[in-house]
Write a protein that binds this ligand. Sequence first.
Ligand code: NAP
Length: 254
Amino acid sequence: MSKIVVIGGTGLIGSKVVAKLTEHGHEAIPASPNSGVNTLTGEGLAEVLAGADTVLDVSNSPSFADDDVMSFFTTATTNIIDAAKAAGVGHYVALSVVGAELMVDSGYQRAKVAQEKLIKSSGIPYSIVHATQFFEFVKSIAGAATVGDEVRLSHALIQPIAAEDVATAVARTTAGAPLNATIEVAGPVELGIDDLIRAGLANAGDPRTVVTDPEATYFGQKLDERMLLPGEDAIIFNTTFEEWLTTAAPAPTK
Ligand SMILES: NC(=O)c1ccc[n+]([C@@H]2O[C@H](COP(=O)([O-])OP(=O)(O)OC[C@H]3O[C@@H](n4cnc5c(N)ncnc54)[C@H](OP(=O)(O)O)[C@@H]3O)[C@@H](O)[C@H]2O)c1
């Protein structure tokens, strides 16, 4: 049994990973402001990491504004690295985004790349998991792309994945030996981001119209057709968006 500290262990992915690691006999400890651990101030980090074999970071910034998100990931990661080194942690795992390094006009993605760079140069053995967009993220994508009553998105391709499958991949990676590399995970189907959001909004009874607009940006980034897609070595999970809609999606609100 290993002791694994899950930074952001109360979040969407974190709570699922904690459950999976615990099922497999690990001591998985969720660490976040709710449990007295704040990576921005450093509060509680040394205490929770004492005796830990592995630290997994699946936290997220409360604000996606460019400066806030950069400050969140660089400050938090620097504090986690310092505390992990002091505690002799042997494996640092983090979750990031497929194509983050390509989306240079997105402040969020620039912050994820900065987080990854800090981890890679920390000297701590590491594994980074790059996931495509979660099915659970459809509502946020729609929100960010809304102009008036319309949602404006391009037809760039996306290969989204269920959060449950991301958690499975992250839990396996966390329980394994350090890869000192990045792996990619994705869902089974590639489709236009406009069509994905159209289907998600229709299922949720959301009245907004999705307009296909080649000039529309995605969180500040103008997307190339294949920018969000994983490479050929990606691990592909089976859950489709349609299956997720019938089994795991939140109930329609209207
Ligand atoms: N959304 C996507 O499609 C997508 C795709 C690929 C990768 N990712 C990555 O997946 C990761 C996890 O996302 P998620 O949706 O699971 O996140 P989430 O549900 O928003 O959860 C965020 C977590 O971060 C914690 N947190 C916030 N501020 C903190 C702080 N100062 N110190 C410690 N913990 C803090 C929260 O703790 P409290 O509960 O205590 O507030 C919560 O546990 C992110 O890094 C994101 O970049 C997302």
